[in-house]
Design a protein around this ligand. Sequence first.
Ligand code: ATP
Length: 590
Amino acid sequence: MTFSALAIYFKKLEGTPSRNTMTEILAQLFRQASKDEIGKICYLLQGRVVPLYEALEFGVADKFMIRAIAQAYGVEAPRVMKEFKKTGDLGIAAENCYHVSKHYNKQHVLSIYNSLYDLAKESGIGSQEKKITLLAELLQSVDALSARYIALIPLDKLRLGFSDMTMLDSLSWMLSGDKSHREELERAYNVRPDIGYIASAVKEHGISGLSHVKARVGAPILAALCQRIPTADEMIKKMCRRPDQSVGGRASSTEASGGEVAVEPKYDGVRCQIHFKHGEVKTFSRNLENTTAMFPELTEIAKELKANEVILDSEAIGVDPRTQKFIPFQETMTRKRKHNIEATRTSVPLKFYVFDILYKDGKDLLSEPLSARRKILEHTVRPGKILMLSPQIITSSAVELRQYHDEQLKIGLEGAVVKKWDSPYEPGRRNFSWVKFKEEEGKTGKLTDTIDAVIMGYSRGEGKRSGFGIGMFLVGVRKKDTFVTLTKIGTGVSDELWKDFHGQLEKIKAAKQPKEYVGVNKLFTPDVWVSPEIVVEIAGDDLTKSSTHGAGIAVRFPRLVRIRTDKSPGEVTTVKEIQSMFANQKQSHS
Ligand code: ATP
C-alpha cells in the first residue's frame, strides 16, 4: 500500500464526525492493508511508530518543522510561518507550501514508517540538524496531501479523533462485518494494550490469533480500577452475593469460596505495575506510561523476590523516615520531576505496597481468583526495605467492613479498597470486582468523591489573571468516544499554577473546536480550544441538574484539586458515572 493511499484515509477520517462511519472507514483500510502493513498502520493512525507504552518520542518542535518545510520546498521560513499563522496547523502549511520535487516517488507505507522510525531514534549531538534534513527529504519524496500528515506525525499533532476502542471495533468489522468480536478483542487488548500487535495477530490468524495474546514481562497490562458503591451495606450485598448462600457473618477461612471480600487500605500514592525479569526491572503507570526512571530503588528488589520473572501490581507511596507516616500523593509526585529523583530518594523514601500478582515464571495468573493469587503473592514477595505486602482482612460483614474503613481514615489514609475474593484480575473498571470506599455517601451531604475531567479550552483572565493569559478553563467528561462539558473552573488554582497551566495549554492549542467535543453550548465557548490531553481532578459542593452543560449535570462550587498526570483522557469520569453519583446524592438527601 502506498503512503498516498493511507493519506487519503487520514483525510476521510479527519473529516468525519460520526463514530460509526469512522469505524467503517478504518475497517476498509484494515482490509486493504497486508499482514505486514496493518500493525504499522495502526501506530501511524495513533501518530506514533511504536505502541503507546514505549517511550519513543519524535522530539520535533514547530520551529524545526518550519525549517524542514522551507528546506524541502525551497521557500523562505517566514513564508511557512505566514501559512502556519493562517490556520494554526503546520500540516496544512506544508501542503500549501508544497512544490513537486525531482525526488518525488510513490512511497510505500512501510518505507515512510521506517523513515519516521529512524527519525524518532535519532538522538545525541547534532540530532536536531539531522532530523531537519531527514524530514525535508521525506517531505520531498511524497505528494502534497501526504506531506500534510508527515508534518503532523513528528509534531505529535495528528489528531484523527478516535480512540483505540474504535480501532478494536474496526478490527471486528474487518473480520465479520459487525462488532461481534469486540469483546474478545478488548479482552486481548487489556492484556496487551498494543493495537498494532493485536491487529497483526488477527490479520494473520483470524480471531483465533488472539489465543497467542498472553501477559508478557515488559508489556504493561491494563490496570484493574475501582467502581463506586455508596455504602458498606450495598457493597456487601452486591459483592458477596452467592446463589447458594445468604449474606452475613465473618468468614472463617481465607480460601476461595466466593461470598467474601478482601479489604485493604487505600494508599494515596502512585500506581506502579512492576515487571521483573532476571534482575531487570521496568515499571508502568496506570495510563501505561513507562515510569522506570522514576523508581531507581526498584533495581534492588531481587533479594525481596522469590521468582525469576514476575509482574506485580502495587501502589508506591512516600514514607517519612522520622515519623514512619505516609506522605501524600502530591509530595510523592515531586519525584516525578526527573532531576529531583536522586535527591528525593533520601528525603522521600518510597515503599511499594504490593497487592496483586499477575504473572509468575511463565504462568499468566490473570484468570486465577484473587484468593489464589494472594497465596502465590505471599510465597513470592519477601517484604524488605522496598517491597511491602498490603495487609488485608477477609470478610462478608458490613459492620466489620465499615469498622476497618474507619480505622484507615483515622490513621490518615484515603479509605479502603474492597475486592471480591473469588474474582479474576479484571483490567479496567468492570464487574464491580474492586470498589473504592472513601466516605459513605450521605455522611456529610457533600460530594464524596472527586471527578476526573479533561480540559477542553481556556479563556483569558481579567484583572490580575490577565497577566497569566488564562483565568478560567472549561472541563468535560466522557460520553463514549466524545467529551461533553461539565463545568468551568476558576478557583483552587495558585498564581504559580495558572502560569504553569498557560504554558502547558499553549502547547496543545487546537486550531478549531476538536471534533470529539460535542454539543458545546455557546455560553461556554472558550477563547482557546485545546486538544483533549490534560486531566484534572476536581471537587465540588454537590451536583445539580443542568440544561446547558452537555453532561446534563453541573458541579456546584467547582475547584481544582490537582492535575492528574497519571491519567489519560480515556480514563476520565463518564457521564454515566456522574449520573450515578447524582442519583446517590439525591437518595442520601431524601
Ligand atoms: P482516586 O482518584 O479516587 O484516588 P483513582 O481515580 O486514581 O482514585 P480509582 O479506580 O478510583 O482510581 O482507585 C484505584 C486506585 O487506588 C488505584 O489506581 C491505585 O492507584 C489506588 N490504590 C491504593 N491502594 C490500593 C489497594 N490496596 N488496591 C488497589 N488499588 C489501590
